[in-house]
Design a binder for this molecule. Sequence first.
Ligand SMILES: [Zn+2]
Length: 276
Amino acid sequence: MKKRSFIFAILLCVFISIFIFRPRSESSPVINNPSPDTFGDSITTPSEDESNIPSESNADEEVEEEEKEVDLLEETSHIDDDGKVIVDNTDDILVLVNKNRNLPSDYVPDDLVVPNVRFTFEGFDEKKQMRKEAAEALEELFKAAEEEGIYLFAVSGYRSYNRQKYLFDTRAARDGFEEANKLTAYPGQSEHQTGLAMDVSCQSVGFDLTQKFGQTVEGIWLKENAHKFGFIIRYQEDKVDITGYSYEPWHIRYVGKEAAKEIYERNITLEEYLGA
Ligand SMILES: [Zn+2]
C-alpha cells in the first residue's frame, strides 16, 4: 500500500510541475498588445491568431494588393506587332496611359460632352470635350472654386490621336524628336486622348500653360482641392522620374474620388497607385 501511494504522490508532482511550467506563449500579453519595444519580437512569435498583430497582417495585405495590381496592369494591356504595349481597358477611368502604355490609334471615347465651365475661348472645338463623368466632376470643381473666389479657365481637354500626332510632328520638326518627346506626348501616349484630362489656367498667367500657374492662388487651390472632385495633378514636380513628364501644374486627370483621395494623401503618382 505504501509503495502505491508513493508512486501516486510522484505522479501528482509530475502532473503539477507540467501544469505550472507549461509554455505560456499562447496566453502571453505581448502578442495581443504589442508595445513598440517588444513589437519586433512579437512578429516572430508563432501565433495562431496573427490577425491580432496589426503591422504584420497589414504588410501582408499590402503585398498581396500590390501583386494584384501589378497583375492588373499586365492584364489590361497587350503587346502589338511592333512590340508596343497597348492598353485594353481604354474606357476604365483608372486607365494608365504613359510613355510605356499606348492607347490604340483608333480609340475615341464614346461619351464625350462639353462641360459647362469657363473656357479661354469661344465656340465649339474638339478640345472642349471630356468624358461625361469627368465633365460633370469638372463642373463641380469649377463651381466650388468660384464659390471661394477662384476663377479657373479650361484650356484643353480631349485630343484625338491625329491631333496629337500633328502636334508632336510639328514640335519634332522644330526642336528635334528628343526635345519634342520631353514636352509633348507621343501620339497614343497622351492622356488627353482618354477624355479624362483637362488643362487649366488663370488670368494672372495670361491663360498660358506654364509652370508659373503652380504658384498662383488658382494653381495652389487646384493642387489642394482637385482630389475632392476626383482629379489629380498628374505630373508632379518631384515625380518626373516616375511619370516621364515635366511638372505640369495645369494638367488635371480624372480618376474618381476614391483613387484621387488616396493619391493626394499618399503623395504618389497614378503609376505608383496602380503598382507600376
Ligand atoms: Zn495636359
